[in-house]
Design a protein around this ligand. Structure first.
Ligand code: ZN
Length: 192
């Protein structure tokens, strides 16, 4: 299957509030085909989530799939699934800082503080109501992707001093913890 072009930061579609889908629209074969295209585009990129605005469609539609397990980052495998018209609620007040990237910020990574736990209510691709309670990396993916539907991107929430190219991240910070990176890039004190 072909893949779709992923729009990059600066495209106005990434800054719009996406509109909700109706059940009738969701049932259309064209919409199911778009979901399959988004799935294949995400896998090809590769990425763990893709929101419709990232392929130029201002619709409340997200695909997610995480094949990686990394318990140091509280990351577990998440099977492919679709979220339509999602609402997200932060659960508790724990915040986790971690480096994340975005397919619409190709080649960059940055520390973004995110809630550790969230609850999401949405429809799936068949129009059935689903409720997700997530923590750790999956909660991060949900917050990142649902932000895209509100015109919010990761640089709006990042610790801006940690912004790095992926190449420099590997070169300088591959083995560093987030607190170590933050200390290393902290604003230098003025000369006394
Ligand atoms: Zn993104």
């Amino acid at each position: 299957m072909p893949t779709l072009k992923i729009v990059q930061t600066g495209d106005p579609v990434l800054r719009r509030q996406a509109r909700a889908l109706t059940p009738d629209e969701l049932a259309l074969s064209g919409m199911q085909f778009l979901i399959a295209l988004m799935r294949d585009t995400m896998r090809d990129a590769p990425g763990v989530g893709l929101a419709a605005p990232q392929i130029g469609e201002s619709l409340q539609l997200v695909v997610i799939e995480d094949p990686v397990e990394d318990l140091d980052r509280e990351r577990v495998k998440v099977p492919f699934h679709v979220l339509v018209n999602p609402t997200l609620t932060i659960v508790g007040d724990e915040i986790v800082e971690a480096f994340e990237g975005c397919l619409s910020f190709a080649g960059f990574t940055m520390v973004v503080p995110r809630a550790r736990r969230v609850k999401v209510e949405a429809l799936n691709e068949r129009g059935e109501r689903v409720t997700i309670e997530a923590s750790g990396w999956y909660a991060r993916i949900l917050q990142h992707e649902i932000d895209h539907l509100r015109g919010i991107v990761c640089c709006d929430r990042m610790d801006s001093r940690t912004l790095a190219t992926a190449e420099n991240h590997v070169r300088h910070w591959r083995t560093a913890t987030v607190p170590e990176v933050k200390a290393a890039v902290a604003l230098p004190m003025p000369d006394e």
